[in-house]
Write a protein that binds this ligand. Sequence first.
Ligand code: HEC
Length: 161
Amino acid sequence: MNTPVLSKKFAAVLSFLLLSACGGQGGGGADADTPEGQAFMYRDSVMTILANKMGTIGGMAREEIPLDEAVFTKAVNDLTSVAGMVTEGFMPEGIPSGSRSLPEIWTNWGDFEQKAQDLQTAAQGLADAVSSGGFAAAQGLVQGTAGTCGGCHRMYRERTE
Ligand code: HEC
């Protein structure tokens, strides 16, 4: 009775080969048929959005990108929403090929959740500042918010050489 298991495995291998043939990077190369592969693709997407929003927010805060209050405000609100989606990208546990997650995420899960909470709290602080005082009130909080990204990466993301 293990035919279904075998054919599922075969399908997984096939889809892996197809995906790798597309030269996928990051989560794009993961096996979409496994829960671990789906979690990796999910967190890869979440991180890509966080980086995009943080790029806009940081660029405007450092005055490297021309300020547009509406764009800044939207980026801060988007960042805050997506910050609440981080931890679910690490369930279930798994480090598929291409993933830079470190096993310590799951052995120190409580601390990892705290690092995600630090980002959420900082992003919410930024959002509150924008809604009460606009860009001027938020600008000084941006660096601290960006620091919470590194605070997690230092411990839980494999370094690239
Ligand atoms: C709670 C921990 C945590 C927080 C907070 C966090 N990250 Fe990450 N991030 C990770 C981990 C772990 C990975 C590696 C994921 C993997 O490859 O499996 C990662 C990967 C990434 C990547 C690489 C994505 C890719 O292409 O695979 C980027 C970019 C990134 N993070 C940006 C950010 C930014 C910007 C922030 C803050 C706004 C942030 N992260 C906050 C844990 C975190």
